[in-house]
Structure formats: structure tokens, C-alpha cells
Design a protein around this ligand. Structure first.
Ligand code: M6R
Length: 585
């Protein structure tokens, strides 16, 4: 995913845009660019690399003018090259555009424009929008009519901001996020409130199928057919005020260390939303839980937690798989969507499919102003504050806290004590020395397996996801009992295996698996409250009730992945090829 930003105000545009892009860099970070308007002329600079690098070599923030647009890219159409970086200009140079999303009919449009004499410098679908806008503007002489015509011709999911050489900004949204920020003397357009939170907390979440036009301190919002549309101004500061890494070296580390607090916050209250959700779930035959990546791993845990404590059966579904098996969904069921961002395209699509089947939608979401929240009948907030690191950490433990809360509201006795969990987390985080030492051993390792049983199996899968994202080491979660059905063949002296093994009903079987693996020469890292001679390295977790272990045992693996990333000289906040919220399919 990319981040897009637009600014029109009284101050210099470029520095505002560059600082907004730095805060939104988590959305995509392979190339960056800025364009400004001054004296009815468009100035444009862009390059490959992170915002700070390109800014220091190209001087993005020195571009003149009080109106501008900017972009950080996560490549979809075309390789990571300067030519493919945004902004893109139309052939006449009179329009520059930044875009997030995918134009599905871009090849068709491109051939038609080429036949009319338009030329293209990049491989992107974005340049097609720039030239279409130019064509429609030349034909109508009106920015508004040019946008209405252009959005009727393009298909796909997109948000774009176009800057015209007279300094007008036009921005359209269709299934990709776009927010308008309203400052004292300035207006902002951005994929994320982080783009302008430094300057204002008044925002308009633009509706799908709408576009905004910005001119001299005023704006108007229209539906795609050009009629004026209503909008609501929302305050956003509370939710996002804390998106800074403070004294921590990385956002990822800060977010790992925030968990003693965020898990308490997510689990402390039985909100009205949890009560209504529980009622709905109780009175429904079929319940599905969906998500992508880490949020899907939380859905796997939803199955375990709700069945164990509340005797409620739920079916986890990988969001991106549902379009290929929509018949899984029984009509008029309950569909629970889990998502940190609330903007994952796969999750939103799964929700649309469920809605078509007449399901009620419950979302468990961190950004309660997101598209997912707006599509839901009931919204349960995770309340864990902005998560900037691409690897999900505190949002995962917050998801688990909410699931335990839900199980309790459904009549389950989970016995979870969030105060106790928080203290145990603090205890583990206080002294990371053992974990740092183990991380040092992983520098040249090429395969890590993580083994767990029962409720610890989804944790093993999530642990493997953290390791692969942050360290680029191949990692795989294994269900303990499956070891002899295949994975044992992979065990040898080059392999490290993390054994998730707290002292509960899975303990002795998992210890046996550890012994079987050790016999084959692999190195064993045990995560347990009980020491054993089978572990080459032991990461101790505090002894608590068994209901607390899943939330606790993921924390050492998050830290291990973080420190191993540092050992391997990879950037833990911005893993290669990934982006924080995957808003394209
Ligand atoms: O915002 P979401 O929870 O919908 O995001 C889902 C996944 O893209 C996300 O969890 C991803 O897998 C993380 N990078 C994992 O750490």
C-alpha cells in the first residue's frame, strides 16, 4: 500500500508533506516523491528509497509553493524504479497525481489513450489517470467535470489526489482510504490521519464514491456524479496522539513494550459492544471469524478460546480465501472480522460476501473509524493505540484480550486476570538478556520451526510469522502431533526449533516432541515456566494460570524476532516487500 498526501494552505507545502510522509512511511516505502505548485507551474522531485534518504539527496522539502502532493510507494504495477515512483505528470505537465490502489482497466485505457497520441513514461496505472484527467480537463475546461468523467471511466479500487497547475487539488476515493484534514488556515488530504495529525485533529472520512475539491481555504465534497454530498467532521486526536517512537530505537520495540498496558486496556472493560456481540452470538447457529495474517492467527485462537471457555463453536476463515469458497457461509449467521487497521482489502471483501449472505457483522478492530468499522453492525475496539511497526505485536495480544472478554460475556469462566498478565509481561520484558543472546545465535540460521499443541499451535503459527517478517529466516509453525507425520524429516543440526511449552495439559506430550527433535541434532529453544535439560536455551515465562499463557508466550518470540532482525541488519519497522495495511487485493 502506498501513502498519499495533499496540502493546500498558507505555509510552505513541501516540509509539511515530507513530515507527513515520514509518519506514514509504514504504508509503503520503496520510493517517494513530492510535487508542488508555485506561480502556476508544477515542480516535481522523486526517487527510490526511504523518505529521509531521498529528501536529503533530492531536497524534496525545498520545493517552493503553498500547495503540494506527496507519495510513498509500495510497488504493485511496475518495478521499483524512479520512473514508476509518484507523483506522475500528465503529458502536458499541467497535472500531477499521486495514487493508492489498482486501476483494473488500465491496460485498455492506456491503449485507447496511446491511440490518441498520449505517451507514457512509467509502467504504472497512475499515469493513465493523469492523462485521462488531462484529456477530460482539456475537453471540459472544468476540474470538477474532468474528475466526474474520469471516475466514470476508471475501474478498480483507488484513492488519488490530483494537483492542477493553477493550484487546485481534487481527490477521489473508491475503496481505498482518504481523509480530509481541516486546519486553521490549511487543508490536508491523506491516506491516514498520521499524515496531518501534527497540525489538526478535525477530519472528514470521505465516503466511498466521493471526491473533494480544495481551493483557497475552502473545500467541497461531491458524489461521483458531481452532486454536493454531506459529510461529518470528526475529532481524531485521541485515537492517534501517540504515534511517536519516543526513546525507543524502533516502533516495533516500543509496541512490544507497550503490551503490559495495552493488554490491560483491551481487557479491562466489558463494553456495551461486547455485551451486544455476545447476545448476537448466543442466538445464532453459525459463527465465522475471519482475518488476514496475524489477525487470522487471532481468529484461530478465537476458535480455541470460545470453544474451551464458552462452548461456542466458531469457524476461522482466511479472508482472502472466502471469495473462492463463498458457499461456506450459511445465510443469516454472525461474521466476526478481526483487523488491526480495519482497511485490509481482503477482510473488507470477505465482509461484503458475508453481508450478501445476510450475516450480521461484528468487527474487532483497532481503528474504530476505519472502513471495516463503518461496514459493521457491532464494533469492538482493541483500544491499543496506533501500531506503526509493520509486524503486528500489541494488536495481537489486544485481540486475544478481547476474545477472553467475549468468552466471559458468553458465560465462560476464563479466570483471566489482566492485571496479573500485565505484571507477568513486565517481568519478562524487564530483562531481555537471554533473548538477546539467543538472537545472536540465529544470525546464520536458515530454518526455524516453532512447535506447539492445542491452544499453543496458533501461537506457534503467529511466532513463525513474526520470525519470517522480521528476520527473513524461513520459519514454520508445527502442531506437535504432526511432527512424526512429516516435519521430523527436516530436523538436523542446522535447524533451530522453538518449543512453546508451558506447564499445562500439553506439557508432557510437547516435551516428548522436543526430545524426538533433539535426538536428530536440532537446537531447542524452550519457552516455558518449567526448565528442562532438553532445552539448549530456556526462555522462562512466569507461572500463571493456563488461560494466561497464550497471551504471554508470544511476547518472547516478538522480542526474539526483533533482536534477530537487528543481528541481521534488517529494519524491524519496515520489513522488505511488506506494508502495514494491505489495502489492495
Ligand atoms: O490490519 P490487519 O489486522 O487487517 O492486517 C492483517 C495483516 O496484513 C497483518 O496482520 C500482517 O500479517 C502483519 N504484518 C503481521 O505481522
Amino acid at each position: 500500500m502506498c501513502s498519499i498526501i495533499g496540502y493546500r494552505g498558507k505555509g510552505a507545502a513541501a516540509p509539511v508533506i515530507v513530515s507527513g510522509l515520514k509518519r506514514m512511511e509504514y504504508r509503503g516505502y520503496d520510493s517517494v516523491g513530492v510535487a508542488t505548485e508555485s506561480g502556476k507551474k508544477i515542480n516535481l522531485k522523486k526517487g527510490i528509497g526511504r523518505v529521509a534518504e531521498v529528501n536529503s539527496s533530492a531536497g524534496l522539502d525545498a520545493l517552493p509553493g503553498t500547495t503540494g502532493i506527496g507519495h510513498t510507494r509500495w510497488a504493485t504495477h511496475g518495478k521499483v524504479t524512479r520512473a514508476n515512483a509518484h507523483p506522475h505528470s500528465s503529458n502536458s505537465g499541467s497535472i500531477a497525481i499521486v495514487h493508492n490502489g489498482i486501476i483494473e482497466n488500465f491496460e485498455e485505457l492506456k491503449s485507447s489513450l496511446s491511440a490518441q497520441g498520449y505517451t507514457f513514461e512509467s509502467e504504472t496505472d497512475t499515469e493513465v489517470i493523469a492523462n485521462l484527467l488531462q484529456k477530460n480537463h482539456d475537453a471540459t475546461g472544468s476540474v470538477k467535470e474532468a474528475v466526474v468523467k474520469t471516475v466514470s471511466e476508471i475501474e478498480g479500487h483507488y484513492a488519488f489526489v490530483a494537483m492542477f497547475e493553477d493550484g487546485q487539488l481534487a481527490a477521489a476515493r473508491f475503496h481505498e482510504p482518504l481523509i480530509l484534514g481541516i486546519g486553521q488556515d490549511d487543508l490536508f488530504l491523506s491516506s491516514d490521519v498520521l499524515g496531518f495529525i501534527e497540525y489538526t485533529d478535525d477530519a472528514v472520512y470521505m465516503k466511498d464514491g466521493s471526491f473533494a475539491m480544495l481551493e483557497d481555504g475552502k473545500f467541497q465534497i461531491f458524489d461521483f456524479d458531481g452532486t454536493d454530498t454531506s459529510y461529518e467532521v470528526t475529532k481524531v486526536s485521541k485515537e492517534f496522539g501517540d504515534a511517536y517512537k519516543g526513546d525507543y530505537a524502533h516502533f516495533t520495540l516500543k509496541e512490544i513494550y507497550e503490551q503490559p498496558e495495552t493488554v490491560m486496556r483491551a481487557g479491562e472493560k466489558t463494553t456495551d459492544a461486547i455485551k451486544t456481540a455476545a447476545l448476537l452470538i448466543r442466538n445464532t447457529k453459525s459463527i465465522y471469524v475471519t482475518g488476514s495474517g496475524t489477525s487470522y492467527n487471532a481468529a484461530l485462537l478465537a476458535k480455541q478460546i470460545l470453544s474451551r471457555y464458552a462452548k461456542i463453536k466458531v469457524e476461522p476463515i482466511i479472508s482472502s480465501e472466502l471469495p473462492f469458497s463463498p458457499d461456506i457461509i450459511e445465510d443469516d449467521s454472525v461474521f466476526v472480522a478481526m483487523s488491526q487497521s480495519g482497511e485490509s482489502a481482503d477482510v473488507l471483501e470477505a465482509v461484503r460476501i458475508a453481508k450478501q449472505a445476510g450475516c450480521k457483522i461484528i468487527s474487532i478492530v483497532n481503528l474504530t473509524s476505519s472502513s471495516l468499522a463503518r461496514e459493521s453492525d457491532i464494533v469492538i475496539g482493541m483500544n491499543c493505540g496506533p501500531e506503526i511497526g509493520v509486524a503486528a505485536t500489541k494488536s495481537f495480544t489486544a485481540q486475544l484480550a478481547v476474545l477472553y472478554k467475549l468468552a466471559e460475556q458468553l458465560g465462560g469462566q476464563t479466570g483471566t486476570d489482566f492485571g496479573g498478565i500485565s505484571e507477568s509481561m513486565l517481568e519478562m520484558l524487564e530483562n531481555p538478556t537471554t533473548i538477546q543472546q539467543i538472537a545472536g545465535k540465529l544470525r546464520n540460521v536458515s530454518d526455524i520451526y516453532v512447535l506447539g499443541r492445542g491452544i499453543h499451535y496458533p501461537i506457534a503459527i503467529e511466532a513463525a510469522l513474526k520470525l519470517k517478517e522480521l528476520t527473513y529466516i524461513h520459519a514454520e509453525g508445527i502442531a506437535g502431533g504432526e511432527l512424526k507425520h512429516g516435519p521430523l524429516a527436516l530436523m538436523d543440526s542446522g535447524v533451530y526449533v522453538i518449543i512453546i511449552n508451558p506447564d499445562d495439559t500439553t506439557y508432557s506430550d510437547t516435551l516428548t516432541s522436543a526430545r524426538e527433535i533433539k535426538t536428530r541434532g536440532a537446537k531447542i529453544i524452550g519457552i516455558s515456566n518449567v526448565k528442562s535439560d532438553v532445552y539448549d536455551y530456556w526462555i522462562e515465562i512466569p507461572s500463571t494460570g493456563e488461560e494466561s499463557y497464550p497471551i504471554l508466550e508470544i511476547v518472547p518470540v516478538q522480542l526474539l524476532s526483533y533482536y534477530a532482525a537487528l543481528e541481521k541488519d534488517t529494519d524491524p519497522d519496515y520489513p522488505r516487500n511488506l506494508a502495514k495495511s494491505v489495502t489492495v487485493k
